[in-house]
Design a protein around this ligand. Sequence first.
Ligand code: 3PG
Length: 306
Amino acid sequence: MKILVATEKPFAKVAVDGIRKEVEAAGMELALLEKYTEKAQLLDAVATADALIIRSDKVDAEVLAAAPNLKIVVRAGAGYDNVDLAAATAAGVCVMNTPGQNSNAVAELVFGLLVYAVRNFYNGTSGTELKGKKLGIHAYGNVGRNVARIARGFGMEIYAYDAYAPAEVMEKDGVKPLASVEELYATADVVSVHIPATAETRQSINEALLAHLPKGAVVVNTARKEVIDEPGLVRFLEARPDVKYVTDIRPDNHEEMMEKFAARYFATPKKMGAQTAEANINAGIAAARQIVGYLLHGDEKFRVNK
Ligand code: 3PG
């Protein structure tokens, strides 16, 4: 059995070593395709793969068609919007993610971005502190929970809105659940976005929702660029020179954002949230174990396409 790790943005070497150990201990073979630049390279590499470990790499119908032996794809990470689930199901391929394995890394980056933003991007002028400010966590999943844990250390007042998570889960963490997303945006000095990109959430953070933000608010997005209505964000920031936007996912209109809002906008050049040795090890090894469990024992825990 051949397990292919196909990562345009590679894991830390120590994580790849850990994946190799898991795969070889199960009597399987590891193949690596890292830093590829063309889809054709992925199409070639999957031709002989029985299983695939990916990150944000796109697995669409064409990739699945080029992989006749493929039985399972594991997205080493949380969001699986990069995998065509319907095409995978049609091809008889199991798709899994590794929930929670990289969430602390993403949550820590939220605060890296936030401190940078509230200190005016270290431009020498007086900024503000996070202590005593109201934090609004938009979706209370694995990352949201870690953000709440760290925010307590900063002395923030913590609020969250999640259409699916029960209020008791938030309350147990000392987080105040709010009844609507509008209320969250109206309450928070800082909004941290953690919604997945789905048909329902795409472009849902729009001008009308952002208009609820109080004066001097900061929005930090370490989730997906697709959840932002980018033209709406531009219109909003034009109307509201007091608001800052910082993100780990460069918007499609990055150049326009830089041109118009350089003093209150920042995007990491490459998505860095899950780019720690620890997160790479956790997610990569979990992916390898899930593949071995599925191929040898039919274990379907964490399957996301039914
Ligand atoms: C995730 O969904 O797990 C994160 O967005 C991390 O994505 P990455 O593995 O491409 O860094």
